[in-house]
Design a protein around this ligand. Sequence first.
Ligand SMILES: *Cc1c(COP(=O)(O)O)cnc(C)c1O
Length: 355
Amino acid sequence: MNYTIPITKVEQSKIDALDFDNIPLGTTFTDHMFICDYENGAWVNPRIIPMGMIPTHPAAMALHYGQAIFEGMKAYKDTQGEPMLFRPEQNAKRLNTSADRMGMPNFPEDLFVEGLKELVSLEHNWIPPQQGSALYLRPFMYADEPFIGMRAATSYKFIIMASPAGPFFSKRIKLWAEKQFIRAAHGGTGEAKAAGNYAAAIRPTELAKAKGYDQVLWLDAHEHKYIQEVGTMNIFFKINGEFITPELDGSVLHGITRASVIDLLRSMGYKVTEQKITLDQIREASNKGTLEEAFGTGTAVGIAYIQEIGLEGETIHVSDESPVGLKVNDTLNAIKTGQIEDTFGWMLKTRKELA
Ligand SMILES: *Cc1c(COP(=O)(O)O)cnc(C)c1O
């Protein structure tokens, strides 16, 4: 479908106030946002307007019943300075998978991509030029109907915000294997990128940090035995020259970085198997010396190398180096910034309207 997305521009851009060499994390937003309303069973009035406050009724259902979902992705500049999106249609699809689980309406996938392209091309000056930097994009949907009662809302907003992000340096992390709290249970909302999943992870993450760890290693809800994810990343292990990652069993978020890393590793000649992985299996590999690498994958950080896994009274040593993880990270970044050929067809150009 062809959409017209009217643009109301700000009178004065805030971009001059931004020091691109010191971008504060998550607090700077570009001049504009994309917004669309769901009313009477249809998405109407897609538009780009100045970034600003949205009046919210205190009874807005998202605030009470948690119908709120989001996506996270980044726009990069290629070697010609052209803004590029990484697999945006995958985010569009996943948003609707989340919407289905949370009883929310689907958002047209072509309008999702069109809105991103329009916003990114309007805000292309906000994409930081530094190597490793990007424009973080946050599409999200929430119920804004003022109503007290248990049912799906009838009105929603879909919004895309953009926030410049400084270079992220992959670092080595230590994980706390969590046996008391869980992230996702069978039949729950683990596969949805739902706001509530994050709310439930905040306290366990704080406790893990207080013990000196960087992230929580989430285990299955039933036996606390099977590995699901790390923090807000998917997880890979290299054992005896082969990679394994937890299978998508309904409790694991379908990471787009995860899917891309599987493709990249296979293209590099590695065997990658999606399977159930127990903490015992990882401990055994570590003891035998066959555990070669482990890393988390996600849009925000790319790849985070795992050094050790801590649990009550025990530390499982993973590895001090992650050569394959590093190579995958470099390759992924080179594809995203057009430094090597995009043989997978992952990158999408946004229209370029150089101001
Ligand atoms: C978003 C997210 C990921 C990573 O997904 P990407 O598409 O790779 O950014 C992994 N786990 C959880 C729980 C997430 O919310």
